[in-house]
Ligand binder design. Structure first.
Ligand code: 7TS
Length: 415
């Protein structure tokens, strides 16, 4: 029986785990305990099969429309677009298939902010953004004379929204913020931010890299203007990323990259553009990765994202109580489960996060250590780095306990 046959109220983790070949591995003489899914997730057999099937039977270039195999590849690619759009409850016309969240956010920063905003216009970000949702806006601001302003982070790791009204006033044109922090696990009350922004005719761009993989997300319910995420964090291959944008915005935006597939007509002097969303998909796309992303959407819909989310909440709550009970561990981010998801950052007193990560690895426990591409947030927390454990649908309570045992070993070594 695979996880897809399971229709019980809670997630059958044993069945889920059986779908993931890599989770059967041992590392340094121990069963692998993979707690780094916020960096990238593992892939189930169903996704691996979809990629394999594409390359074995249907591989050809897309949108050329002459031979049978090419048409099959086009159907797979365009089928992935509609499948992914359905997964996030969004019109497919606005769904641009790219490589990752970073590329998607650069597209918005370049083709919307840099090209369509005016000098003096303001973009609001937050202090807890991943560099991917900060650096592209800095580049656009520098080139187009835009101003950047920031929502701050409270001591408890929640977003300080007290200054929101003021920051939404003219000349603000756009807010770009992550739905869930990859460091603190903080889940932002996005709908409230979006409603407040729209009242002022301010657009909202959502970095959903850490939310679409972990909870039900409906673009229609959120009513956001742009939304970006990466397939590789939701059990799909690396190389498939998504930007969803309101089609009318995509129509007004000039292309991001120029080349094949994104044009209507080309002369030596001038070109015109293909329709939306193809205008933003220059060059040969990663069709195999798109096929894998569609399979990942099937996989999650068969399980139910609400069930995935509930499972992660249980694991995170267990992890937080375990860390709180241990001496000499600082946990960053909200402790209230209603304000957070399953990325948990911590430090062991007087031990560098990299040492923590290395000792955990010796016991088969994979966590991330470092600044997590959030240097401004590290500064706000007053630390150089943190260790971070992040859970997913395939993790178990026993694995959280294994992390606890491995951390006790860290404390013993450094006593
Ligand atoms: N935004 C957020 C909130 C992220 O967590 C990440 C990746 C990105 C954007 C960029 O995604 P990419 O697929 O374009 O690279 N976060 C992490 C992490 O926390 N550890 O490794 C990558």
């Amino acid at each position: 029986m695979t996880s897809l046959d399971v229709a019980t109220a809670t997630l059958d983790v044993a069945a889920v785990r059986a779908d993931f070949p890599l989770l059967q591995r041992r590392v340094n003489g121990h069963p692998l305990v993979y707690l780094d899914s916020a960096a990238t997730s593992q892939k189930p057999q169903q996704v691996l099969d979809a990629v394999d099937n594409y390359y074995r039977l249907h591989n050809a270039n897309v949108h050329r429309g002459v031979h049978t195999i090419g048409n099959e590849a086009t159907d797979i690619f365009e089928g992935a677009r509609t499948r992914v759009a359905r997964f996030i409850d969004a019109p497919a016309e606005g769904l641009v298939l790219l490589r990752n969240t970073t590329e998607a956010l650069n597209l918005v920063a370049s083709s919307y902010a840099r090209e369509l905003l005016s000098p003096g216009d303001r973009i609001v970000l937050t202090e807890m953004e991943h560099h991917s949702n900060l650096v592209p806006w800095q580049l656009a601001a520098e080139r187009a004379g835009l101003e950047l302003a920031f929502l701050r982070v409270n001591d408890d790791g929640t977003l300080d929204l007290s200054g929101l009204d003021e920051l939404l006033a003219p000349p603000t044109k756009l807010v770009s913020l992550s739905h869930q922090s990859n460091v603190l696990g903080t889940v932002v009350p996005l709908r409230a931010v979006i409603d407040a922004a729209h009242e002022r005719d301010v657009l909202v761009c959502v970095d959903a890299a850490q939310s679409v993989p972990h909870m039900p997300v409906s673009v229609r319910d959120l009513d956001c203007d742009f939304l970006a995420f990466s397939g590789h964090k939701m059990c799909a291959p690396m190389g498939a990323g998504v930007l969803w944008a309101r089609p009318e915005l995509l129509q007004r935006m000039p292309p991001f990259l120029g080349g094949g597939s994104m044009i209507l007509r080309v002369s030596l002097e001038k070109s015109t553009w293909s329709t939306v969303p193809h205008k933003f998909e220059a060059g040969t796309p990663d069709v195999g990765a798109a096929a894998g992303l569609a399979a990942a959407c099937d996989y999650f819909d068969a399980i139910g994202m609400d069930r995935v989310h509930a499972h992660e909440q249980q694991l995170t709550s267990h992890l937080l109580s375990l860390l709180e009970e241990m001496d000499g561990i600082d946990v960053y981010g909200p402790h209230d489960m209603s304000a957070r998801g399953g990325a948990v950052s911590f430090n062991v007193t007087d031990v560098h996060a990299h040492d923590v990560g290395t000792i955990l690895d010796r016991q088969g426990v994979a966590v991330r250590a470092g600044h997590h591409c959030c240097q401004p947030l590290m500064k706000r927390l007053g630390v150089a780095a943190t260790a971070r454990a992040s859970v997913y649908l395939y993790n178990t309570h026993e694995e959280i306990d294994a992390l606890g045992d491995a951390l006790a070993e860290v404390r013993r070594i450094f006593r």
